[in-house]
Design a protein. Structure first.
Length: 356
């Protein structure tokens, strides 16, 4: 996640974000990759599974990350800047190979074509999602991906009018919220998240702790309704905190990550609904500003106002729980499980409706 703040999605060489929460173009590139240089990336467990048989060169200044590596390759201990300097000094100068002239030239050209095709495919995804995300259908709840894209535009425009603001710091909670942020809110921000702990309830307390250390920078906590539910008491502390934060709640009325984990295994949704109170009213009762956003058109102005205000604010954004978080490359088993779950859910609704 922190790496998503380094490059903007508009970078011409980007093929997308890696991992099942990322993009298909990145997944396909990794499948064909033969040597992968990973700079400060946790490869533990399924957090970043590397498809294909690439030889991994993993650089990290944390020896623990290197010990956790399960993929074939080598670990290089050091900071990214120092290690890259050392590696570049050892590289032979590149030779220009005209395609077809020498052995391997055709292979080289085919690799370049493959890479360019993946970059183009990521570019198409970006354009398509920007278009479709512009205006959700009238009367429909706000898709979480639309919330992230709007947030991205609002953050990119900070300082356009009036006082310039520093680079935003964004803390991210655990749940499907993490996937939406990872996939749709890249670039020009510093992300902070729980890394391998994957503990819900991290984002808001983390933002409160970070805000005094980041004067002049907007600090935002992006958190699901489940995550805010277990840390709501912190809002009372937020009213007395030395520096303001903006808390954005992805309120989809569910523990949606759990719902989709059940569904990809073929099981119908079970007990993942949440009975939420009114988070915005609760925030106001604690002495901080609270705004409930139900309409896509309200979203950008509400975000701008929250970021411009110099006090802590909670935006309770009512989101669509039905936007499907397809993995970058769904396995046939996951796709079949998901369909089976949907059929079972439909049958259960019909039984329920007949009994009523
Ligand atoms: C402290 C803690 N409890 C439980 C979990 C398991 N868990 C992971 S995601 C999730 C649901 C998160 O729900 P929400 O915050 O509403 O986000 P959503 O998935 O709906 O976006 C749960 C229960 C966890 N990671 N940490
Ligand atoms: Mg939720």
């Amino acid at each position: 996640m922190p790496g998503r703040g380094v490059l903007s999605d508009d970078h011409p060489h980007l093929v997308g974000a890696a991992g099942s929460s990322g993009h298909r173009s990145a997944h396909r590139t990794l499948e064909r990759c033969d040597t992968l240089l990973a700079l400060g990336v946790s490869t533990r467990g399924g957090a970043f599974d590397i498809p294909g048989g690439a030889f991994l060169i993993q650089v990290d200044r944390d020896p623990l990350q290197l010990c956790r590596r399960t993929h074939r390759g080598v670990g290089l201990y050091g900071t990214v800047a120092e290690t890259l300097d050392e590696l570049l000094a050892r590289l032979a100068p590149p030779t220009v190979v005209s395609p077809g002239r020498s052995r391997g030239g055709g292979r080289e050209a085919s690799r370049r074509r493959f890479l360019r095709a993946r970059q183009a495919s990521f570019g198409r995804w970006r354009r398509r999602t920007r278009r479709t995300g512009r205006v959700p259908r009238a009367g429909r709840p706000i898709p979480p991906s639309f919330l992230c894209r709007t947030l991205r535009e609002v953050l990119a425009g900070l300082g356009d009018e009036g006082e310039a603001m520093g680079r935003p710091v964004v803390t991210v909670d655990v749940g499907l919220t993490t996937l939406w942020v990872y996939r749709y809110l890249p670039g020009q921000v510093d992300f902070v998240w729980t890394s391998s702990f994957a503990a819900m309830g991290f984002a808001m307390p983390a933002a409160l702790a970070i805000a005094p250390l980041a004067p002049g920078r907007p600090v935002l906590a992006l958190v699901g309704d489940g995550g805010i539910g277990i840390t709501m008491a912190e809002l009372a502390a937020a009213a007395h905190a030395p520096a303001p934060v903006v808390v954005v709640v992805f309120n989809n009325g569910k523990l949606a990550a759990i719902k989709y984990e059940q569904e990809v295994m073929g099981w119908p949704e079970h007990e993942s609904e949440l009975c939420n109170g009114d988070f915005a009213s609760y925030a106001r009762a604690c002495g901080v500003n609270g705004v409930r956003v139900t309409n896509p058109e309200q979203l950008a102005p509400a975000l701008r106002a929250a970021l411009a205000g110099r006090t802590t604010c909670l935006l309770d954004v009512v989101c669509d729980p039905h936007e499907t978080p397809w993995p970058a490359r769904p396995s046939p088993r996951q796709a079949a499980g998901f369909l089976l779950a949907r059929v079972r859910e439909a049958r259960a609704s019909i039984r329920h409706w007949r009994r009523a």
